[in-house]
Design a protein around this ligand. Structure first.
Ligand code: IVH
Length: 696
């Protein structure tokens, strides 16, 4: 970006962040999630620190924060209410530890970790043990007097369980449980009122109700995290928590004293597995130096203490810029647009691309090259664009146009569906593609006649397009579970003339591969042994691998279950196929057509000649974990590794030794190995023992 662009981007970011802050703090009606807000703020901070010439300390975003609503009485805090610096990775926590060590010249200290509750902070004043006054944080110096509302919270004791005389100040988090938030939103919706984006917003909105009766109905909860002016006999942060409990408060329900960062990280991971099941929202872990004397000597920097840091669990949403929109040609010839982004960290993995599926999606989102977008990746969900931040537009964004010619083979692109059916003739040879087989057939059926889909789709009209046969072959090896062969090896085998179609794979020998440049004997042996151990295949997978148009996993199972043998399927007439449950006329015709074409039959025969055997014993579907690939790491609390393996295999799943993009689940116990990190970086779904058992 040139300097002018950077300056404009900074201005746009400030305006948008400021608008969101106003919505959040003043209107109580945010229309965007915290992750998005945080992501924009992070970008602004990083641009401002890289280009200090454009930084503006008086920028509006720093002023709107936490302004007390005018209707509430303002309260000046005796001691400023601080906030915490965030860490978004283990490395950032390590950097923090290094800063701490530099400042105290010692590495002999403990950490105290406590779950970071996602609510709003409040300060409570007690005189001679009696609750007298409470306030929100506001801007840290001045908050709002919400005493009457705080009194409505059952978990705020009106009288402390102590004889202490004089005034003490307790600080903590006002939260709302997920179930209370859902109930509240339902009610708000029924009344046609604004709903709340998350538990934090609903807790904040409820505490700021002028009418305490409403606050009472909202079922708020309070967890204490600090005693602001503590008696001198308390020596540690964990000690404060102990006292807080004794005098009648709830404290963060998950905490741990840790002797080093290794223990801190494993506690973060442990809580990471279960936090979705907590009744309240959590967004991280607060890590403190436990010893209060050390805390004092570390002091503060800006508005945050040096002795504490807030680790934030990976955001499931973030903002990024669309650098380009390209297209991909799939195994059925479908052309799908793909958005390219500046690499962005979302839910623990770096996202640089996401499919936009089709033109409908592009038009619905009105996504343009240059747009700032919200991307999402929750758990095992494939990354997707959920929203375009149109306020961030500069006017230079470019609309996407579907190419008229296939980017791979140059043939015409055909638009199908939604009643707009432009037919165009193929520029490539008039051939029929057999999916996994690459032999051309001298006949071409119009895709228009085979599809009756309502949404618009674009197809490469060349049935022999190299991109299509490449994808078809990759699909084939995936279904045969020959995971040792990836797209690069397939290309190599084709380029070297060792295979012309997928059936040729089964004739390969170790010497064919080990003779190739940069190909070791060991990897050649692995590939050949994988190929030969995957020659037996259940009927439904045999069908699925053929790449028959419209025959996905489920349809292939339905066909296999209905007919029971390939011979019957081959002989089936349209009337027979029609009888398969859940199959409509378009799919019926596609299946029938496939088995009418001689070249497809030749390809099937070639598979059998090369040693493929259909395993009719496993025709039946219905295994709970059918074809799901598991990887195990760490020790589970009650199940042994063998138990877990047996359970998976019994239900049709597989256990693999390492994590790859094909892995469906990684089962993680205590002290996991690098497989756990691999799972995180690939965004594979992680299960603890409880989650694993739920699968059964
Ligand atoms: S200790 C200097 N402990 O997180 C502030 N804060 O992002 C000391 N929070 O302002 C805070 N759970 O509102 C602490 N267990 C916890 C917390 C917690 C939630 C909030 C608190 C703070 C914010 C900082």
């Amino acid at each position: 970006m040139d300097n002018n662009k950077i300056k404009n981007r900074i201005i746009k970011l400030r305006e948008e962040i400021s608008r969101l802050r106003f919505l959040y703090h003043v209107e109580n009606s945010p229309n965007i999630t915290d992750d998005v807000y945080d992501s924009l703020t992070r970008e602004l901070n990083s641009l401002e620190s890289k280009y200090p010439e454009y930084a503006n300390p008086n920028s509006s975003i720093f002023r709107v924060a936490g302004e007390p609503l005018s209707e509430f009485k303002k309260v000046k805090h005796d001691i400023r209410m601080l906030s915490l610096n965030d860490a978004f990775s283990e490395n950032e926590i390590i950097d923090w530890e290094n800063r701490v060590k530099k400042n105290i010249d010692s590495d002999n200290f403990n950490y105290f970790c406590e779950v970071k509750l996602d609510g709003l902070s409040a300060s409570l004043h007690y005189k001679d043990g009696i609750f007298i006054k409470g306030a929100t944080r506001g801007d840290g110096f001045v908050g709002e007097d919400v005493t009457e509302n705080l009194k409505m919270i059952e978990t705020i004791p009106l009288k402390l369980n102590t004889d202490i005389k004089g005034e003490i100040e307790i600080r903590g988090e006002v939260v709302m449980t997920k179930s209370a938030w859902k109930k509240l939103n339902k009610k708000q919706q029924d009344l046609g009122k604004t709903t709340f984006a998350n538990t934090r917003n609903s807790a904040a909105g409820s505490l700021r109700q002028l009418d305490p009766k409403i606050a009472k109905e909202r079922n708020l909860d309070f967890y204490a995290w600090d005693i602001a002016q503590y008696p001198s006999h308390i020596l540690s942060h964990s000690g404060k928590h102990k006292i807080l409990k004794e005098i009648g408060f709830q404290v963060a329900p998950f905490d741990k004293k840790a002797k080093d960062l290794k223990e801190v990280f494993s506690f973060i991971k442990e809580v990471g597995f279960i936090r979705d099941n907590f009744p309240y929202g959590t967004d991280g872990m607060v890590i403190s130096i436990d010893n209060l004397e050390l805390q004092e000597s570390l002091g503060y920097v800006g508005k945050a203490p040096r002795y504490m840091i807030a680790y934030k669990y990976p955001a499931e949403r973030a903002t990024t810029i669309v650098k380009d929109i390209s297209v991909n040609v799939g195994r059925t010839g479908a052309i799908t647009p793909l958005a390219h982004f500046n690499p962005t960290l979302v839910a623990g993995s770096t996202i640089s691309k996401a499919t936009l599926h089709n033109m409908d999606q592009i038009e619905r989102l009105d996504i343009r090259v240059g747009d700032t977008v919200v991307i999402q990746k929750a758990g095992d969900v494939i990354p997707e664009v959920v929203e375009v931040l149109t306020n961030m537009r500069t006017g230079k964004e470019k609309k996407f146009k579907m190419p008229e010619f296939c980017p791979v083979c140059g043939s015409n692109v055909e638009k199908i569906g939604a009643g707009v059916q432009k037919s165009s003739s193929s520029q490539g040879p008039r051939t029929r593609w057999t999916g996994a087989g690459a032999r051309p057939v001298a006949q071409r059926t119009s895709l228009n006649s085979r599809l009756n889909t309502k949404s618009v789709a674009y197809y490469c009209t060349n049935k022999n397009c190299p991109a299509r046969s490449r994808r078809g072959m990759q699909h084939f090896v995936n279904i045969y579970e020959i995971y040792e062969i990836g797209p690069k090896i397939l290309d190599r085998l084709k380029d070297e003339g060792l295979i012309t179609d997928a059936a040729d794979l089964f004739t390969l020998e170790v010497s064919d591969l080990s003779g190739l440049e940069r190909f070791g004997v060991k990897s050649a042996e692995n590939i050949i042994s994988s190929i030969s151990s995957h020659k037996r295949i259940p009927l439904w997978r045999f069908l699925y691998a053929l790449g028959i148009i419209h025959v996905g996993e489920q349809t292939a199972q339905d066909i296999a279950n209905y007919f029971g043998s390939l011979e019957k399927i081959k002989k089936a007439k349209i009337e027979d196929i029609e009888k398969i449950p859940n199959i409509g006329p378009v799919v019926t015709k596609s299946i029938y057509d496939f088995f009418q074409h001689e070249d497809n039959l030749i390809f099937i025969d070639k598979l059998f000649n090369n040693g493929i055997k259909i395993d009719n014993s496993s025709v039946k579907s219905g295994f709970k974990l059918k074809d799901k690939i598991f990887v195990l790491t760490g020790t589970l609390p009650s199940l042994s590794r063998d138990d877990v393996k047996k359970m998976i295999i019994k239900e049709g799943g597989r256990v693999a030794g390492s994590v790859s993009s094909k892995t469906n689940y990684v089962v993680v116990g205590s002290e996991p190995g690098s497989k756990y990190d691999d799972a995180l970086s690939l965004g594979i779904k992680i299960l603890d023992e409880k989650d694993f058992l739920k699968l059964f």
